[in-house]
Ligand binder design. Structure first.
Ligand SMILES: [Fe+2]
Length: 237
């Protein structure tokens, strides 16, 4: 029998420059992507400390095409998220032009082999994927934090976490990996554009809250979540 999560053995760090090495990234693409991100995050109805956007898409194994899903809400279990789990959440919907964005396409094509492997392991022709833009923003003396706040195991078999921007005045904002004893084993900082951490449910992870040395600090991230089978069939979400 195949193992359920044969992908990254818990986690894997990839440098953005390596992910984009086939792509000849132009400097203006970085600022364009950051501007696109900026225009597609709105206040998070479930928390005042973040702004967010989400786009749910379907990946077709045969045609390799990406299309916008009909249902645009996101379910996390209570087990995976003790803060906002056990419910479906809806966020500002990211403009689907993202799917034709050259930077996004370049990143997605690097992750595509793992997504195809998921389809093969689970014998599915369509993979449901949610793309999340999450902005952690804090002024001096404030804290912005993730949901869930601390170490957890995701519902998703694969989550690709990408850094879009981390301002120099940010405090914290480090990724942490642990086993199921909750003792941290690795601390990873996503520093440069599209630096990426891939996580699977065989280990736990967290990100430390974001604070600010001075002024307003921001950590902008793009998550590409490959949804598991039970999330994929969660009725109308
Ligand atoms: Fe997570």
């Amino acid at each position: 029998m195949k193992t359920p999560y044969p992908y990254v053995k818990g986690f894997k760090f990839l440098k953005g420059e390596d992910l984009l090495s086939d792509h000849q990234l132009e400097l203006n693409e970085i600022s364009e992507f950051r501007n696109f991100f900026d225009g597609n995050v709105k206040s998070d109805p479930y928390s005042p400390v973040r702004t967010r956007g989400m786009l749910k898409i379907e990946y077709d194994y045969i045609s390799r095409e990406l299309t916008k899903s009909e249902v645009q809400s996101y379910f996390a279990s209570g087990k995976a998220n003790d803060l906002n789990g056990g419910m479906s959440r809806t966020f500002n919907i990211i403009d689907e032009s993202l799917l034709n964005n050259t930077t996004f396409r370049a990143i997605f094509s690097q992750h595509e082999p793992l997504i195809r492997e998921y389809c093969e392991v689970n014998d599915v022709q369509t993979a449901n994927i949610s793309i999340h833009f999450i902005r952690y923003q804090a002024k001096e003396g404030e804290a912005s934090y993730s949901s869930p706040v601390w170490l957890h195991q995701d519902d998703e078999p694969l989550v690709f976490i990408h850094l879009i921007q981390l301002t120099e005045n940010a405090l914290g904002a480090d990724n942490v990996i642990s086993g199921f004893d909750d003792l941290p084993t690795n601390v990873i900082r996503l520093t440069n554009f599209m630096d990426c951490l891939i996580v699977d449910p065989t280990l736990k992870h967290a990100v430390t809250p974001t604070g600010s040395v001075k002024g307003t600090a921001r950590r902008d991230t793009m998550l590409i979540n490959l949804e598991n089978l039970s999330q994929q069939v969660y009725g109308s979400y």
